[in-house]
Ligand binder design. Structure first.
Ligand code: FEO
Length: 400
């Protein structure tokens, strides 16, 4: 159902209640998602972004409730990823001569995706486009989260449309932030930041400063996923500043996989050591845990302690995906340690410590390797490891 955000500005997107995995299978989306597209009816009719291709007919129907799609003059494509551009071909079939407004890198990526000879207008940061009573102002936002990403600001109603930034994979019956459960909303917003935007945290901070320096009044922030920030819209900007600063809580995440429970017993003994020093922790068995949820918990925590038995002279395969995440997401201000049981060759702890090194997470406690099932003294060493990690958490940064 379409929603009017302000006079002449409409949400014409779709809610994808069934989505459980995004980016292929890379990202879990337990609460579905929404692909937000916006229609502005002024002297010119402007569509800002589209929706994922399977929902193209619904987008066209939504537009038709307000205006004949053939009347659209401009389509702003803030970002080429197909969850937002996938319905461009369907829209452009109605308006083959319309202008597609893109950033410089957006032109490359939109052309790369669709190979169509559309009329492109390339815009730069600060460029304005008069559409009648209102103006569009464009702000390039490279690496938030693709090189092509761009924000569009609608003067008059003063709505910022920042595409993926400030979004959430969150399907709801409601369109606005003040209408939904705040805990659910922030869980999804943080999971989205942790799993998608963390590596670009420096760009996030710079872009926020740049946008705030423009001193544009903002009555709404209308991202391309999830709900629209209407009540205190800058609350999510302040939250992004906090998240981008990467100042974790004094807590720990212990994650592991196990074959016959030896490494599990070690994880639990490490937890006891953390408790001895008063550091809260969570333990995740990666064979049965959602990787992206664990990433969000690691994002919030100071310490990450990783365990795997040695398996074929390496790690259990259920552990390696999250190690790739840790490397790619480039978390800052964390400490780590490793542990694991083994039967005969025992490489896992060394390999885990190497992974932590590649992820720029300093190892702050001697790794514990236990042969076969951990003995009482092995579990005591695990408890010591937990205490050492807890001390590193409490005294972070190390040179203080
Ligand atoms: Fe980068 Fe929502 O796509």
């Amino acid at each position: 159902m379409i929603t009017e955000l302000a006079k002449g500005v409409y949400w014409v997107g779709v809610v994808d209640w069934a989505l459980r995995h995004f980016h292929g299978h890379e990202l879990s989306t337990h609460r579905g998602s929404a692909y937000n597209a916006y229609l502005i009816v002024d002297d010119k009719v402007v569509l800002v972004d589209t929706v994922w291709q399977p929902f193209q007919d619904q987008l066209i129907e939504n537009i038709r409730e307000i205006v004949d799609p053939a009347k659209i003059d401009l389509v702003v494509a803030n970002h080429a990823e197909v969850d937002h551009s996938g319905s461009l071909p369907a829209v452009m079939r109605h308006i083959p001569n319309a202008t597609v407004v893109v950033s410089k890198r957006g032109r490359e990526s939109i052309e790369g995706h669709f190979h169509q000879p559309w009329n492109f207008k390339v815009v730069q940061t600060g460029e304005r486009l008069n559409i009648g009573k209102n103006e569009l102002i464009f702000i390039e936002a490279p690496m938030l989260h693709w090189p092509d990403s761009m924000f569009t600001y609608v003067s008059g109603p003063n709505i910022l449309m920042p595409n993926d930034a400030f979004g959430q994979h969150y399907a709801t019956a409601y369109r606005f932030n003040d209408e939904v459960d705040q805990q659910e909303l922030y869980e999804e917003a943080l999971k989205y930041y942790a799993n998608i935007l963390t590596p670009f945290s420096n760009q996030v901070l710079k872009k926020i400063e740049e946008v705030l320096a423009l001193k544009l009044p903002v009555t709404m922030i209308a991202p391309s996923h999830g709900v629209i920030w209407r009540k205190d819209p800058l609350q999510i900007v302040r939250k992004y500043q906090e998240w981008a600063a990467q100042t974790p809580e004094n807590t720990a995440v212990v994650l592991y996989d196990t074959m016959w429970d030896g490494t599990r017993h070690m994880a639990e003994a490490i937890g006891e050591g953390l408790t001895d020093e008063g550091v809260p922790y969570q333990i995740f068995h990666m064979a049965v845990s959602d990787r992206n949820d664990v990433v969000a918990e690691i994002f919030k925590a100071r310490a990450v302690v990783i365990g795997s038995p040695t398996f074929n002279q390496g790690l259990l395969p259920t552990i390696t995906p999250i190690l790739e995440d840790l490397k790619g997401l480039r978390f800052q201000n964390k400490v780590g340690a490793a542990f694991g049981s083994y039967g005969w060759s025992g490489e896992s702890v060394k390999q885990l410590e190497e992974h932590l090194g590649r992820s720029k997470i300093p190892v702050v406690a001697e790794g514990v390797l236990a042969k076969w099932q951990p003995k009482t003294e092995d579990l005591a060493r695990c408890r010591d490891l937990g205490r050492a990690v807890a001390k590193a958490v409490k005294t972070y940064p190390p040179n203080k």
